[in-house]
Design a protein around this ligand. Structure first.
Ligand code: ADP
Ligand code: MG
Length: 700
């Protein structure tokens, strides 16, 4: 009656050391507290009992009331299954067990009325429910406290040991009745002000809802708290950086920027570009260090924004650098920027792994003396001999490929930390950005330069291959270039290379020399060969590039107007979108063909449909988030989701997240270090949460 939440789970009645170990291993439940925070993933309305004749197999979980007429055993020795024929007078259904057959046969008898609960399906044209929950009809009704039956996700291992969702629910009930007090984890003033349900009531109602309304309030309270602490932490760190680190104040708008704007810029900026440049200027002039994330779909004109930001640094007497994830991209940036700056008295150099030693030494000197204004390069920029005279701005392109530690290394290249602008073409849904990059301010270019024709996207099954080849031939006749991309997925690398090779051969057969020039580019080639092949394509000498996803990021070849993605069902949405973004960069109509087999999972179908329907990267990112959950979103895989959301979802709880962020902001405005007595709970709770699950250094 008087237990604490820190009590080990093995001391709960009916658990014991063996089950405790399993709960720990399988569900990370070690303490009473962990059990209370192991939330149901859904609730099932068990007030309703279905008739067997009304079942259609699209229903998820249902309950039936009836009797077993007889048991039957089928299958060979070690693959036996037990089948109970179950009837409710309106029809019959098979209840099937593959495990624990003897236990079932011993504990349930024909002729007795049971409630059977599970998900119906069709097997050999017979209705059946595999591994249903089965209990005495009378008992179940008596126990029913509310019509919402929580469902907990249980592992196969637990189920095989008869720890079911129901067992968990019972354990939770025991904990709730044995724990003497549950202290609130939010300060009283916030609970009052925000009209939150108390923690104690919330935990009770999330597991044992009294009614719909209370369940809703409980869910809200727990979601809010979860998101609130993440925001409090990330905003707290941001505020700390802002107050600890003084940034350069770039107040001058000088000759370079003006000259560039008047003479070198060949077009008008889009409204979005103007807005973003204003945001960046404001940051750089504020006297605080800029930490800004610039998001913009492929082709939205980020490079230009980057360049203009660099010119602001130069105008204020500082140097700037731009770091790209690959040599090809660094070179491309270098060429673009040099071209854009032509006629201006600004020195720009390129530093990559293949820069010769003598050039390198000279470059180091120019950099240290301050004669070199802009340095563009790859990871090579991070090497030790690279020292700036006065580094004012660091721009990182496609930052997903850069570790955060590397970001920090760039900082150390000058006395005071420079402003930092991170650019990404992978649209990140707002909720994810607020959470993953919550310490960065976010700018979005949500507009493409005028005159672009939206890419046409077409989904073809294999049977349309000849049509596709015919289309490609026509495009090549018109002078266009073609990408054909094959998936490369780590687990089946060998098979994938085989597919690529076969594909390459097939395409060379369909497009034979000397009329056609087809190149093949993939990650297992040595860098020099790859560069040569790419060069052929960049120069327009090759018609078709067959490739794995090495071309995914950033390559800019305006003449390439067709992107064919093979086995498109195997790619994630954001990757498909990235790949498609390789075309549509010139004035011509561009096309993206998604080739797939006939067998598609419903998710794969949805992905392909989404691609056909929209070109909007943010919309695609949102769909992706909904389909896969944040843990799988491109770009978070490498950095990893640094926290694990127990109840809230970045896909659906955007509003709560925004509110949680606003509230944390208010709290921190008032008490930046959380030293006021009424905020002591916040401080305690933060350090407890952070210790238990998050390595925040990963993030900033
Ligand atoms: P991103 O880096 O965002 O993918 P880029 O900066 O490479 O996009 O721009 C794509 C192309 O659009 C480039 O050829 C660039 O010169 C051009 N561009 C950028 N801004 C504009 C604009 N405002 N009007 C017309 N063309 C633009
Ligand atoms: Mg770019």
């Amino acid at each position: 009656m008087n237990q604490s939440l820190d009590q080990e789970i093995k001391y709960l009645k009916g658990v014991g050391p063996k089950r405790a170990e399993m709960l720990g291993n399988e569900l990370k439940i070690y303490l009473f507290r962990d059990l209370l925070y192991f939330f149901p993933y859904k609730y099932i309305d068990r007030s309703r009992i279905y008739c067997i004749k009304d079942i259609d197999t699209t229903q998820t979980y249902i309950q039936l009331k009836g009797k077993i007429t007889h048991f039957r055993i089928e299958g060979q020795r070690n693959r036996q299954r037990l089948i109970a024929i179950f009837t409710d007078g309106t029809g019959t259904i098979e209840l099937v067990w593959f495990q624990g057959l003897q236990w079932i046969a011993r504990n349930f008898q024909p002729g007795v009325e049971y409630i059977a609960f599970g998900r119906p399906g069709l097997y050999n044209r017979n209705l059946s429910i595999a591994h249903p929950e089965l209990e005495l009809a009378g008992k179940q009704e008596a126990e029913l406290t509310s019509s919402f039956q929580p469902q907990y996700s249980i592992t196969e291992k637990l189920r095989n040991s008869f720890i079911t969702s129901k067992t968990i629910h019972r354990y939770v009930g025991q904990v709730l009745s044995q724990v003497s007090r549950i202290d609130d984890t939010m300060p009283e003033y916030l609970v009052k002000q925000l009209k939150l349900m108390s923690l104690k009531d919330a935990l009770r109602n999330i597991h044992y809802p009294e009614n719909n309304e209370k369940l809703r309030k409980a869910t809200y309270r727990l979601k809010f708290e979860e998101l609130f602490y993440i925001q409090l932490n990330i905003l707290g760190q941001k505020k700390k950086i802002q107050s600890d680190i003084k940034g350069f104040a770039f107040l001058k708008v000088g000759d370079h920027l003006n000259h560039f704007y008047k003479h070198n810029l060949g077009f008008t900026l889009t409204e979005a570009q103007k807005r973003v440049i204003r945001e960046i200027r404001r940051d750089m002039g504020s006297g605080k260090q800029m930490n800004r994330l610039l998001q913009g779909d492929v082709g939205s004109g980020k490079t230009l924004v980057a360049l203009m930001s660099m010119l602001i640094a130069l105008d204020n007497g500082y140097q700037a650098c731009l770091m790209a994830p690959t040599e090809i991209l660094a070179k491309q940036h270098f060429n673009t920027i040099r071209q854009l700056l032509s006629g201006m008295d600004i020195s720009v150099l390129l530093l990559t792994g293949s820069t010769k030693k003598s050039e390198r030494e000279q470059l180091h000197e120019l950099l240290q003396s301050g004669e070199l204004h802009i340095l563009i390069g790859t990871h090579a920029l991070l090497e030790d001999p690279v020292r700036f005279h006065r580094l004012g701005l660091v721009i990182i392109d496609e930052q997903h490929r850069f570790g955060v530690a590397q970001r920090a290394r760039l900082w150390k290249k000058s006395q005071s930390p420079p402003h930092v602008l991170v650019m990404t073409a992978t649209p990140i849904p707002r909720t994810l950005a607020m959470t993953l990059y919550g310490d960065l301010d976010v700018s979005v270019i949500n507009e493409l330069p005028p005159g672009r024709k939206p890419i046409k996207t077409i989904h073809y099954y294999e049977s349309k291959r000849l049509v596709l080849f015919g289309f490609i031939r026509k495009q090549i006749e018109q002078g266009r270039q073609i990408y054909i991309v094959y998936p490369l997925i780590r687990e089946s690398e060998k098979m994938d290379y085989l597919a690529l090779e076969e594909g390459y051969e097939a395409i060379t057969r369909a497009f034979p020399p000397p009329g056609y020039h087809v190149i093949c580019v993939h990650g297992q080639m040595n860098a020099a060969d790859r560069e040569v092949a790419m060069h052929h394509f960049v120069q327009g000498r090759a018609h078709i590039m067959v490739a794995t996803t090495v071309i995914e990021v950033g390559v800019d070849i305006p003449n390439a107007a067709v992107m064919v993605i093979e086995s498109a069902e195997r790619f994630g949405l954001s990757q498909l979108h990235q790949l498609r973004g390789r075309v549509g960069r010139g004035a011509d109509q561009s096309y993206c063909f998604l080739m797939s087999s006939y067998k598609l999972s419903s998710e794969a179908k949805k992905r392909l449909e989404t691609m056909v329907q929209t070109n909007d990267g943010f919309e695609i990112a949102e769909t992706d988030l909904k389909l896969r959950g944040p843990g799988d979103i491109e770009g978070t895989q490498q950095s990893g989701m640094p926290f694990d959301l127990k109840i809230s979802s970045l896909a659906t709880d955007g509003q709560i997240l925004q509110y949680a962020r606003d509230v944390s902001n208010d709290v921190l405005e008032d008490d930046p270090r959380l030293t006021k007595p009424e905020n002591s709970i916040l401080k305690q709770q933060l350090s407890r949460l952070m210790k238990s699950r998050i390595d925040w250094s990963v993030i900033s």
